[in-house]
Design a protein around this ligand. Structure first.
Ligand code: PLP
Length: 356
């Protein structure tokens, strides 16, 4: 397949103030569009103007949520290079997500090369202010005009780009988290390991209720025993207890985050003891009582890390460390953003530099 190109009549105005970008509201001039049907297989791939989609109201995705997505970023370095961070991991994960939702396979290498071409074309949309980046959102949907329950045969796979602001314009501040013991995000055997939009739809209500109570996010416990910690909001979670970094092991209900994996690697290389295992909320409470709960933070592409100050569990408050962001949290944040923005040498081969 060849990647075609459809030129726009006129280009949009780019945002003038990079301090007001926010997240995910502004989109660039172009997108990648790929199409598949039963007869021809993958028959279309092009960089096209960013435009509204035309779908049948019966399109399968609108009824049965056959949709998966990814999220990654392109970063401008101070010396004018453009870097992507471990983008092939996002392609692999998207393939696994698609397989779990019975969607037909796609060519991940072709998709990744199309993303490179799109970002190169749209490079003037990559913001340059510290902490800003160009968010890349590949989206895959089943679109047959058919309301019978079945896997789709017609698909759209597209990639849109959005310049995004610094996640922490005022610095990293620890947040209060509500330990969710009513709703669950997923269970083992479900779709928690995939980036399916449906996972997000079902987690919104818990988030909204937590917001109303004054918390920024929920801590998800396992869906069976409501005891073992899984994730925080839509991020993976880490604990530092008595000098050891602990994160829940990937046992079939946790999203395998690229940031999570990068932190584990960095911690091992820095000689910090690390462990992937089940960890219960009771163990966390006990660690706090013994003065050993040193740090808690979430991890994900959007924020890199997000420090947790307190966990509110029923009528109990579990305060983390001294309430300030921990040292290890800071080191992971600085090292990962340093590699992403080209300030720190990438000895892992994690970054891909776009050749302009
Ligand atoms: C995307 C996502 C993460 C973080 O993954 P990264 O690859 O680090 O961005 C964690 N949990 C959930 C539920 C997610 O959807």
């Amino acid at each position: 397949m060849q990647l075609g190109f459809m030129k726009r009549e006129s280009l949009k105005e780019k945002p003038a103030d990079e301090s007001k970008l926010g997240f995910g509201r502004i989109f660039t001039d172009y997108m990648v569009m790929m199409k598949r049907d039963k007869k021809r297989g993958w028959y279309y791939a092009a960089i096209e103007p960013f435009e509204d989609l035309r779908l049948s109201p019966a399109a399968l995705v609108l009824h049965y949520a056959q949709e998966v997505f990814e999220g990654l970023k392109a970063y401008y370095t101070e010396d004018g290079r453009i870097l992507l961070f471990r983008p092939w991991e996002n392609m692999k994960r998207m393939a696994l997500s698609a397989a779990r939702l019975s969607m037909v396979p796609f060519d991940g290498e072709f998709l990744l090369n199309s993303i490179y071409e799109l970002v190169k074309l749209e490079k003037d949309w990559i913001p340059k202010a510290p902490g800003t980046s160009l968010y890349i959102r590949p989206t895959y949907i089943g679109v047959d005009p058919f309301v019978g329950v079945a896997a789709a045969e017609e698909y759209l796979l597209y990639v849109i780009l959005s310049p995004v602001g610094a996640y922490y314009p005022r610095g990293l501040e620890p947040v209060d988290i509500f330990v969710e013991s009513n709703y669950v995000r997923t269970v083992r055997g479900g779709t928690g390991t995939t980036k399916a939009g449906a996972n997000y739809a079902i987690s919104l209500l818990a988030g909204e209720e937590a917001h109303k109570k004054g918390f920024s996010q929920v801590l998800w416990l396992d869906g069976v025993e409501k005891t073992y910690v899984e994730e925080v909001g839509s991020m993976n979670i880490f604990f530092k207890i008595g000098g050891e970094i602990i994160t829940p092991s990937l046992q079939g209900s946790i999203l395998p985050g690229v940031t999570r994996d990068s932190i584990l690697r960095l911690a091992r290389d820095m000689g910090i003891p690390v462990c992937e295992r089940r960890i219960s909320i009771y163990e966390i409470e006990e660690a706090q009582e013994n003065g050993k709960l040193e740090e808690v933070f979430g991890s994900g592409t959007a924020a890199v890390v997000s420090p947790v100050g307190r966990l509110i569990w029923g009528d109990k408050t579990i305060t983390v460390g001294d309430g300030n962001m921990g040292k290890a949290t800071r080191v992971f944040y600085d090292t990962i953003t340093g590699i992403q923005y080209g300030r720190i040498a990438d000895k892992y081969g994690w970054t891909h530099e776009l050749r302009l």
